[in-house]
Design a protein around this ligand. Structure first.
Ligand code: C2E
Ligand code: CA
Ligand code: CA
Ligand code: CA
Length: 274
């Protein structure tokens, strides 16, 4: 039994070493990724359910690793956050997103994900200000998506940064709404312009009664608060119709469009979705 235990331990240890090695390698490669021009942004459309028009695109980061191919942000964003590399990477994302949007033939908004770690660099407000100026993008066309951790304990420092950025005319959206521990209390901490209902709630629409009740409660509450609602991860017509019936404002998901490197297809599209 003892030797078996030891073998087991050795097995796990080797696996852990391998994981650590992989992670160190990833961090090493990540350091050079900007200089080597390995990042790209993909854009995913957001549909206004009242007008049937595309109103906005979310910028989603992609890393084209020379050996590993396309690496998912779920795999490298945490490494970037722990190593501090999210600073320069986040700057690249914001700058590239604003420049792209400024060149679009229509005034679609651009939504950019901001990591909680980026709030630790005291220049976030300045970065947003400079980037808007340099790109020529109107502030009202920029939307920053943050997660609940940013104001987890009602951090006054982060809330004041959010207020300053919002003061520039930039919109602030709460991402992944409903996945945190006390989502509702965050709505009191800061006047969000938009709430994005996490895709885990949308997945079971329209047949799951509980999911339907929860989404209805969120949209009702948002109506009262005057906050805009986006449903994430919309994959079926049935989900889209359920969301329309609930007076949800916007929808995002594979049904409407997958994230793609170019949005030329939307330049001339008169396609109506609803
Ligand atoms: P997120 O901000 O919640 O982004 C939505 C994710 O859902 C994206 O995954 C998107 O591709 C995916 N998605 C969109 N529609 C559907 C659908 O209909 N069904 C399903 N199953 N999935 C859908 P992605 O691009 O892999 O990004 C994962 C996460 O990585 C993002 O979640 C965000 O938290 C983070 N991320 C991506 N880009 C950036 C970035 O530039 N900066 C930061 N800080 N984080 C980023
Ligand atoms: Ca997002
Ligand atoms: Ca989300
Ligand atoms: Ca997410």
């Amino acid at each position: 039994v003892k030797s078996e235990g030891r073998n087991n331990w050795c097995f796990y240890s080797a696996e852990m070493d391998e994981k650590l090695l992989l992670r160190m390698e990833l961090e090493h490669d990540l350091k050079q990724a900007i200089e080597r021009d390995e990042f790209e942004l993909h854009f995913q459309p957001l549909l206004n359910l009242k007008t049937g028009e595309i109103v906005s695109f979310e910028a989603l980061l992609r890393w084209r690793h020379p050996k590993r191919g396309l690496v998912s942000p779920a795999d490298f964003i945490p490494v970037a956050e722990e190593s501090g590399l999210i600073g320069p990477i986040g700057e690249w994302v914001l700058r590239t997103a604003c420049r792209s949007a400024a060149a679009w033939p229509q005034p679609w908004r651009i939504a950019v994900n901001i990591s909680p770690v980026q709030f630790r660099y005291k220049s976030l407000t300045q970065l947003v200000k400079t980037t808007l100026k340099e790109s020529g993008l109107a502030p009202r066309r920029l939307e920053l998506e943050i997660t609940e951790t940013v104001i987890l304990n009602h951090e006054t420092h982060n809330i004041s940064i959010l207020n300053a950025i919002r003061g520039l005319g930039v919109r602030i959206a709460m991402d992944d709404f409903g996945t945190g521990y006390s989502s509702l209390s965050y709505l009191r901490a800061f006047p969000f312009d938009k709430i994005k209902i996490d895709q885990s709630f949308i997945r079971d629409l329209p047949h799951d009664r509980n999911a339907l009740s929860i989404v209805r409660a969120i949209t009702d509450m948002a109506q009262t608060l005057g906050v805009h609602i986006t449903a994430e991860g919309v994959e079926t017509e049935a989900q889209l119709h359920a969301l329309e019936a609930l007076n949800c404002h916007e929808a995002q998901g594979y049904l409407i469009g997958r994230p793609a490197p170019g949005i030329e297809a939307y330049f001339t599209a008169v396609k109506r979705y609803v």
